[in-house]
Design a protein around this ligand. Sequence first.
Ligand code: FRU
Length: 484
Amino acid sequence: MKTYNLEKYRPDLHFAPKKNWMNDPNGMVYYKGEYHLFFQHNPNDSVWGPMHWGHAVSKDMIDWQELPIALYPDELGTIFSGSAVVDWHNTSGFFPDEPGIVAIFTHHLDKDDGTPAVQTQSLAYSHDKGRTWTKYEGNPVLGHPTKVDFRDPKVFWHAETAKWVMTLATGQTVTFYSSPNLIDWQFESEFGDNIGSHDGVWECPDLFELAVDNSEEKKWVLLVSIGDDPQFDTGSRTQYFVGSFDGSTFTADNKEIQWLDFGKDNYAGVSFSDIPTEDGRRIYMGWMSNWRYANQVPTEGWRSQMTLPRTLALRHVGDQLLVVQNPVEELDSYFTKVVEFDDVLINSEETKTFAVDKSSVEIVLEIDNHDAKQFGVVLSHTASQKTELVIEAETNRVTLDRKDSGQIEFSENFSNHQEFNLQATNKVELRIIVDSSSIEVFFNEGAYAVTSLIYPDKVCEEITLFSLGGAIQVKNSYISASHS
Ligand code: FRU
């Protein structure tokens, strides 16, 4: 029997399955003091295969306990992505005694006879905080006569119209359905023709409201993940639209394409349901991988991990209204400051290096660029392995380069630069979180994110700040390490 090194590259602060394959986060819901994470799971192999819903619970979204598989395939198909809600008022009739959780997921039936697979939406419910599940006897509850791609239901209670709304991925559009009871669904509208990116099939949508600039004003945000298409070298990624929703129709405010993340490894992310009103956060997690190479990444006996949980907000940045994201504050208690520095001037061609050798690190920097042409951070994992973050002042271009970061040869595409443009680079704020096999960078209080896998032999030995062609000044900055 083959033996695996199950611990190599295993994350310290991110959820990963103990064994075998994982993709999308599913059914994320908060109920009775626990955050639930279900996930696309093949329990028999470390590559994608017949999908089940794996399950984990946590009190803080960082420290997860994996539980037995929640949903197994049945005669209606394997269990594709979907969501979960608390049916507080027993609209479904499943909870005569006390509220419980309903999972709304896609059944994927592949008869392996050359005919297209059939995707339908089904329900399961739990009376014991998600530990055991009963599939609804009337499954499936929603199908389509012709659409082949008809999946990933994300359901929420729309208070203004007092009904459940389902956002469903339907080819290269999103379709909205509504229901009084989670069982009987009615078509409302379809969104997506002639707007947004159509570089691949649309998957895993999510629709929710966010406050604008922390004010009373609110807008609706529609997240749409776009599958890998071999014609483009980006692989899979996630776009979003900002607009309005009246319970039936979503209208986008503008036409330009907006990406949720400029790294390669944040896909199929959606938000938690039923976060208490007193808390008020909209919390998101994505699958930290890319369909282009997800089945090849060099872990043994397990594959894939989730992004850190992130709080989403809407903020004006220059003339744009952006979905901004920051790791949840629960993460803070996992880190202790190991170095603090303020008002450090780094002249042209100079560097400042910090030796930090820990299982995960956080680097927080406030950089004033006086007159440098280029500046940034080099993360030395070992003497020969590094990941570089470079900012070019003239073009405002930011590049994350992982070509020397460790194992990269499993995919041609893995070493391509991850790039985007900031609006200005005279002042740049950075928060970088490095774990055993990932780096997540948040710019300017979360206005832009770059999420990227890396496979170095060690997390970090040294952190070097550099400046070329002029000076930078680094203020109010620190490096933290996790104490796990
Ligand atoms: C997205 C996705 C979903 C589907 C699931 C199957 O990554 O393709 O559309 O439900 O994965 O595992």
